[in-house]
Design a protein around this ligand. Structure first.
Ligand code: NI
Length: 190
């Protein structure tokens, strides 16, 4: 997921990330409407070094983009792993492996963006509070009560694991227009 505002910070971070890119593993992010984004992710059977390496690479990819959340689905790994960091300082990484929503409440509507749909921001209605249970990088179970923007991010990223991209909450007409716009944009970029 990406934030809609805060451009100066974003530009500054981009410059830093270009410098760091050579020593980091930046994964390729699938771009909507890539069919692979609709793959249903499988549960991680065992949290091991391979999982931790994936988490590290996903976090680096998210920070470099820059974004505030990334699901393994977006880097074409179809396992239930998501990373989230909504801090401005990029030092509050949260890792959710095999996340499950235990409880939701309230309703909130806000503008969302996605690293798989760059430059597109649309309003989506979500639960305001979620209680999520997941495994951390050490395979330990934890439960987190999240609200507001963090709750939105978790829901957005968990949707990716189910093969759903946020623009699929829009009306069919809006989705058709969006696909045409992205197609045109890609044609122009060639
Ligand atoms: Ni996304």
């Amino acid at each position: 997921m990406t934030k809609a505002h805060g451009l100066p910070w974003r530009v500054k971070f981009c410059i830093q990330s270009i410098k760091l890119a050579s020593i980091m593993a930046i994964l390729q992010i699938l771009q909507y409407p890539d069919e692979r984004l609709h793959t249903i992710a499988k549960k991680v059977v065992q949290v091991n070094d391979v999982t931790r390496k994936l988490v590290k690479n996903m976090a680096q990819t998210m920070y470099a983009a820059p974004g505030v959340g990334l699901a393994a689905t977006q880097v074409d790994v179809h396992e239930q792993v998501i990373v989230v960091d909504i801090s401005e300082t990029h030092n509050e990484l949260r890792v959710f492996i095999n996340p499950e929503i235990l409880c939701i409440s309230g309703e909130i509507e806000g503008e969302e963006g996605c690293l798989s749909v760059p430059g597109i921001y649309e309003n989506v209605r979500r639960a305001e509070k979620v209680t999520v249970r997941a495994l951390d990088q050490n395979g330990e179970t934890f439960t987190l009560e999240a609200e507001g923007f963090l709750a939105v991010c978790i829901q957005h990223e968990m949707d990716h694991l189910r093969g759903k991209v946020f623009v699929e909450y829009l009306s069919q007409l809006k989705q058709t227009r969006l696909r045409a716009k992205l197609k045109k944009r890609r044609r122009e970029a060639l």
